[in-house]
Design a protein around this ligand. Structure first.
Ligand SMILES: Nc1nc(=O)c2c([nH]1)NC[C@@H]1CN(c3ccc(C(=O)N[C@@H](CCC(=O)O)C(=O)O)cc3)CN21
Ligand SMILES: CC(C)C(=O)C(=O)O
Ligand SMILES: [Mg+2]
Length: 275
């Protein structure tokens, strides 16, 4: 059965952890969905892991729609959240609603996610009023990398911690159905999780969030040696791919692949006539 905002809220209320992973294409989304993950995020991290940019800033609405549509075709049960890319909502409340609409209408996303707190409460409110579920993203918001001066843990001093709490309250009040907390001290994320009615999803925000999210290339060791503190490798798919490729190349060079079982047959009489 398809997960919904209602089933995800129920998971928080019943202390059943919400699992979220990224996916950017049909094949991967289908594997993730079949694994039983509750929600899939089509993150703007696709700019980095799929397109090779050094940050998420160059990702376009076209990129997001294209990848979201592929993911939603593969996700039967998982609730699919699509990131709103840089400059698709910061420019105005109007742009926010129009672009959220594209992600739902053409991408078939179940919800959209945007980075920012109290400053973006009007945007969240307007999107939610259009019946588009909105997820808020607080803490290390990668679209602010140039303003932050790098990818750094947020909310460490008292002012920053209070601002994060105010942001969390404001986005919930505006109608956010979930809140992603990225690179936030675990004890602060716990406080925010207890304070909010809606679920929190942590990435580098400790075990007391209502759920967890990771970029799949990180948890499967496929994205080079990118290992921020919050990443745990659960399976080494990167090495499995390298080993598989090495075997394919070796057997092809040797001529042992393809063997008879991988070849199509023709009657010898036909071949004799050709000669
Ligand atoms: N592959 C991938 N995984 C991600 O988690 C991810 C992306 N890409 N792209 C978008 C953002 C960028 N993210 C990042 C990128 C770098 C750090 C990082 O280098 N963190 C360090 C420093 C923390 C500090 O001490 O301030 C760390 O060790 O965690 C964290 C989050 C998270 N997101
Ligand atoms: C890291 C997660 C939360 C994200 O926003 C992304 O993958 O783009
Ligand atoms: Mg993102």
């Amino acid at each position: 059965m398809k997960n919904t905002v209602v089933t995800l809220q129920k998971q928080k209320d019943e202390h059943d952890k919400i699992t979220m992973v990224t996916a950017y294409d049909y094949t991967t989304a289908k594997i993730m969905d079949e694994s039983g993950v509750n929600t899939i995020l089509v993150g703007d991290s696709l700019g980095m892991v799929m397109l090779g940019y050094e940050d998420t800033l160059s990702v376009t609405m076209e990129d997001m729609i294209h990848h979201t549509a592929a993911v939603t075709r593969g996700a039967k049960n998982a609730f699919v959240v699509a990131d709103m890319p840089f400059m698709s909502y910061q420019t105005s409340v109007y742009d926010a609603v129009v672009n959220a609409g594209h992600l739902m209408k053409e991408g078939r996303a179940n919800a959209v996610k945007l980075e920012g707190g109290v400053e973006f409460a009007p945007h969240i409110k307007a999107i939610a009023q259009a019946s588009i579920p909105v997820v808020a993203h607080l803490g290390l918001t990668p679209q602010s990398v140039n303003a932050f001066g790098g990818f750094k843990v947020q909310g460490k001093d008292i002012e920053a911690a209070q601002k994060l709490i105010e942001d969390a309250k404001a986005v919930e009040e505006a109608g956010a159905c979930m809140v992603v907390l990225e690179c936030v001290p675990a004890k602060l994320a716990k406080k925010i999780t207890e304070m909010l009615k809606v679920p929190t999803i942590g990435i580098g925000a400790g075990a007391d969030c209502d759920g967890q999210v990771l970029v799949y290339q990180d948890l499967l060791a496929m994205y080079g040696d990118f290992r921020p503190k919050f990443v745990k490798v659960f399976a080494n798919v990167g090495d499995a791919m390298r080993e598989g490729m090495a075997a394919y190349i070796k057997e092809t060079k040797e001529g042992t692949f393809p063997s008879a079982e991988h070849c199509f047959k023709i009657d010898d009489s036909v071949i004799e006539k050709l000669y």
